[in-house]
Structure formats: structure tokens, C-alpha cells
Design a protein around this ligand. Structure first.
Ligand code: SF4
Ligand code: SF4
Length: 378
């Protein structure tokens, strides 16, 4: 029901809407990370588009400039830029890129030769008052930069309007996930991806939110469908965590082999949608706090991620946790040590760590490991 066909209809609409807005004069701003405060971009009348890529096809071109043993997400995103094979990259007037992991920030130096690019300089910890003040100043700098590039003054009033819209989007994404909190999950993880996926590109967020509400209403009807309930009831419930699941091969492996991903602690999933921006007080301060608290492994330490996982394991009745790390992602790969300990010792759940890339080279071997893990949970 919420499959490739469903997704392509939404993709088509979003693409058309973006072209219309661009033709009407809106700037398109390419972004690469969950730390980018999209509300600031939207308050300047511009459209943020998420350019992190999940396709393997773009990687060979990137490897002409980048090391082969780099994270596939970085290589694929750069490869699209090099090949001019992503229509959203093509349309982007300029890029706003966050200095997160080493691979990404050094790739951005190369990317700046292809398209105008400004860096958002992140602190390395969210836990000190100094890092918060630094980040707040950085957001003020980005606000001025956006105003200069777009020629639009960002008022606090407009910013608050965008904060409210983006909060509504986050809340709606959470409502989609919440369909899986009950005894019988109502959505597969790959369906949640389809329902929520274009939120990173959307210039008509109200329309996107309405589409998601429609999907929620349709999915709710499944609880009256006895064959669906029977099919779902005994599937092991998986919490997916780790790197952004830009490429869907691991999601497919889990669900094609009998599991159901009930929740995702990833960017675009509940790591980001689960937290709103405060709507009272100074909007810049509220944005700075909310974005700095993103539980990314690039931050050191990153205790919030374990707190989020603890809540998700209990709220979503999780049977087992699968961690996805893209090859070459040192931050998530190293943090996996503490995540495994927390999952197995504190939350008392089985844990599986998968390290892979976007290719199909290891699919057979991964299938065996995933099957064995799901078997253990049945
Ligand atoms: S995992 Fe970290 S670096 Fe990657 S998109 Fe999320 S916040 Fe950004
Ligand atoms: S997955 Fe890891 S290495 Fe790749 S861009 Fe994100 S944080 Fe960087």
C-alpha cells in the first residue's frame, strides 16, 4: 500500500511544487545534515532540500576524487554533484553544509568547487554553556548569510511561523511511528520510510503533513484487518539505530526475512522528529538549543542517544536492536561499543551490529546474519 508507487506520486508532486516555487523566485538551499536549522532557510523564503544520497550508482565517479574507504553516504552525495545527476542538487542555488564528521567536512571543501557553499561550524560537544553560546552565534551568522544570499530579511515573526510548521511536521512523523506502539504494529519500517521520506525536500509542508495524516488514517484501518494482524503479530519487533538509513538495503533485509522495524533512532526518524523546538521565548535561542541537542555520534560525549534508545525500546515493545553503520563511519562505528553495552546490559535486549556499504556485494552474508538474529528473537 505504502510502496514505491505511493512514494513516486509524492516525489512527483514535491518536485513539481519545487520547480514552481523556484520559477516564482524562491532560492533552493542544499543541506546535508540534521543539524541544519531548516526553519531559518524557510523564514528567508527559501526551500531547503536534503542532498544526502543513498544510491550506489553515484559512487564510482566520486572515487576518482575521494578515498575508496570513505563512508558511502559521503561518496554518493559528492558523486551526484560531480555527475550533476541529482535534480535537486542541480536546482540548488547554494549549499549550507555542517562541519560534522571529518569525511563530510573535508568532502565539502571539494564540493565548494562545484557550487557556492557555506559551512556551519559546529561545536564538538552539546554539554557546555560555551558550546551553546558559540552555536547560537553561529546561527546568527547563518541568519545574516541567508538574508544576504536571498535578499530577504528574516524576522522573528517569520521564524516563529516556520518553527511552528516544522514542529507540526515533526509531531506528524512521530504520529506515523506511534502506529507501531501497540501490540500489533500497523506499519512496516519500509512503509514508514515511504510515508515520511520526502519531508526533507518539501516546500509545501502543510500539504505534506496532510498527506501523512491521510496515510495515518488508512493505516489505522489495518487493525480491523484480521489477516494483516495475524501476519504482523508474530514478527520480531526491531529498533533500527545508527547512521542515517539513506540506502534501504538493510531495512529490506530485515523485513524480507521476517522482522518488522517498529522504530528508527536515525536522522529523519525519531532521533530528529522526536524533539520539537520551543515555541516560547527568543526563537534563535530555541533553535540553537534544539539543534545542538541532536544525538549524533559526531558529538562527544553523546549520552542523549542512549536515553533516546532506552525510551524507544520500552515505548515500542522492542524485541531486538539492530545497529547500522556505513563502512568508514568511525564515529558511529566506535560509539557502537557503548550502544551494544547499553542495549544488552541495561535494556536486556539482543543486539546486532551491521557494517556495510551501498553495494550488494555482502547481501548473502548479511542475510545469514539477519536471519540468525531474527530466529533468536522468534
Ligand atoms: S548522523 Fe550526524 S552527521 Fe549524519 S545527518 Fe545525522 S546529525 Fe548529521
Ligand atoms: S554516516 Fe558517518 S561518516 Fe557518513 S556522513 Fe554520517 S557521520 Fe559521516
Amino acid at each position: 500500500m505504502f510502496d514505491e508507487t505511493y512514494l513516486s506520486l509524492i516525489e512527483e508532486r514535491v518536485f513539481k511544487d519545487t520547480i514552481l516555487k523556484k520559477e516564482a523566485g524562491a532560492s533552493i538551499v542544499g543541506v546535508y545534515c540534521a543539524f541544519t536549522p531548516k526553519e531559518l532557510i524557510a523564514a528567508a523564503g527559501a526551500i531547503p532540500v536534503a542532498l544526502c544520497s543513498g544510491t550506489n550508482q553515484a559512487i564510482p565517479a566520486a572515487e576518482a576524487h575521494l578515498p575508496r574507504n570513505l563512508c558511502p553516504l559521503i561518496k554518493a552525495s559528492y558523486g551526484h554533484a560531480l555527475n550533476d545527476s541529482c535534480p535537486y542538487f542541480h536546482m540548488a542555488d547554494f549549499l549550507l553544509a555542517d562541519a560534522t564528521c571529518d569525511g563530510k567536512k573535508k568532502m565539502f571543501e571539494l564540493l565548494a568547487d562545484i557550487k557556492p557553499l557555506s559551512m556551519l561550524q559546529l561545536p564538538q560537544t552539546a554539554e557546555t554553556p560555551e558550546s551553546y553560546s558559540y552555536w547560537l552565534q553561529e546561527l546568527y551568522r547563518v541568519r545574516a548569510l541567508l538574508e544576504k544570499r536571498t535578499g530577504v530579511a528574516i524576522t522573528d515573526k517569520n521564524l516563529l511561523v516556520q518553527i511552528r510548521i516544522y514542529n507540526a511536521l515533526r509531531t506528524t512523523i512521530c504520529e506515523v511511528f506511534e502506529l507501531n506502539k501497540g501490540e500489533v504494529p500497523l506499519l512496516y519500517g519500509h512503509e514508514i520510510d515511504c510515508i515520511t521520506s520526502m519531508a526533507g525536500f518539501e516546500c509545501n509542508l502543510q500539504t505534506r503533513i496532510a498527506e501523512m495524516h491521510q496515510a495515518i488514517a488508512t493505516a489505522r484501518l489495518r487493525s480491523n484487518n484480521s489477516s494483516f494482524v495475524k501476519k504482523m503479530r508474530h514478527r520480531p519487533r526491531i529498533l533500527l539505530t545508527g547512521c542515517p538509513s539513506t540506502n534501504k538495503k538493510v531495512v529490506k533485509l530485515i523485513e524480507n526475512n521476517g522482522g518488522v522495524i517498529v522504530a528508527m533512532e536515525t536522522c529523519g526518524g525519531l532521533k530528529t522528529a522526536g524533539f520539537t523546538v520551543k515555541e516560547e521565548g527568543n526563537p534563535m535561542e530555541s533553535l540553537a538549543r534544539r539543534y545542538l541537542d541532536t544525538a549524533c555520534a559526531c558529538m562527544s560525549p553523546n549520552h542523549r542517544r542512549i536515553d533516546i534508545l532506552r525510551n524507544l525500546v520500552s515505548d515500542y515493545r522492542v524485541d531486538g536492536v539492530i545497529e547500522l553503520t556505513w563502512e568508514g563511519c568511525h564515529t558511529y562505528n566506535i560509539e557502537a561499543f557503548h550502544i551494544e553495552k547499553a542495549v544488552t546490559e541495561q535494556f536486556q535486549r539482543p543486539y546486532l551490529h551491521i557494517t556495510t556499504d551501498y553495494s550488494d556485494n555482502d547481501t548473502g552474508q548479511l542475510k545469514t546474519r539477519v536471519e540468525a538474529f531474527l530466529e533468536l528473537l522468534s
